[in-house]
Design a protein around this ligand. Structure first.
Ligand code: FES
Ligand code: FES
Length: 172
C-alpha cells in the first residue's frame, strides 16, 4: 500500500511502488487533470508539482513522490480558479486544451520561482509541447502575471495568493 500526500490530503493506493505516478493519480486516485501524452517524459502533458517543482509524472515511480507534497491541477486553488488559470482564460491560451494542464502547472512553478520571468526563463521553464502552437499566448499570459504573488498549493486560503484580484470598487 502506497501513501501519497496529494493536494493536501493523505491518500493510499494499492499499487506497486514502481507504477508511474501519473497512473496512480489518474487510475487509482481519480485525478484525471494530468494527461497522458507521450509517456516518456517529453511532452509535459502529465506535469504535476512535487514539493513545488514541476515533475513529469509519467516518468517517475509513485514511490519517489511518497513523503512529498504533490499538487495536481485539481488542487491548485482552494476556491475557484487559480490566478494562472484565470490569466489563461483572459488570454484565450487553450485551443484543444490537451496540453494545457501541464502548461499551467509549469507556469505556476515558474512564476513562484521567478515572479517576473524573462523570455529566456520562460523558454527554459516552458518546455511543454503543444500541437496547437499556443506558445505565443502562453508567453503573453505569463508576462501578464508578472509580479503577481503565485501560490503553488491548495492549502492557500480562499481569497489568498492564488485567488484572482478583487474587482475594483464599482465594477463588481
Ligand atoms: S505524458 Fe508525461 S511527459 Fe508526455
Ligand atoms: S492546446 Fe492543443 S495541444 Fe496544446
Amino acid at each position: 500500500m502506497l501513501e501519497l500526500t496529494v493536494n493536501g490530503v493523505v491518500r493510499t493506493a494499492d499499487v506497486e511502488p514502481e507504477m508511474p505516478l501519473l497512473w496512480v493519480l489518474r487510475d487509482h486516485l481519480g485525478l484525471t487533470g494530468a494527461k497522458y501524452g507521450c509517456g516518456i517524459s517529453i511532452c509535459g502533458a502529465c506535469t504535476v508539482l512535487v514539493d513545488g517543482e514541476p515533475v513529469r509524472s509519467c516518468g517517475i515511480p509513485a514511490s519517489a513522490a511518497s513523503g512529498k507534497k504533490i499538487v495536481t491541477i485539481e488542487g491548485l486553488s482552494a476556491q475557484g480558479l487559480h490566478r494562472v488559470q484565470t490569466a489563461w482564460i483572459e488570454h484565450e491560451v487553450p485551443q484543444c486544451g490537451y496540453c494545457q494542464t501541464g502548461m499551467i502547472m509549469s507556469a505556476v512553478a515558474l512564476l513562484a520561482k521567478h515572479p517576473k520571468p524573462t523570455d529566456g526563463q520562460i523558454d527554459d521553464a516552458m518546455s511543454n509541447l503543444c500541437r496547437c502552437g499556443t506558445y505565443a499566448r502562453v508567453r503573453k499570459a505569463i508576462h501578464g502575471l508578472a509580479g503577481a504573488p503565485i501560490a503553488t498549493a491548495a492549502a492557500a486560503a480562499p481569497g489568498g495568493a492564488d485567488a484572482p484580484p478583487a474587482p475594483a470598487a464599482g465594477t463588481a
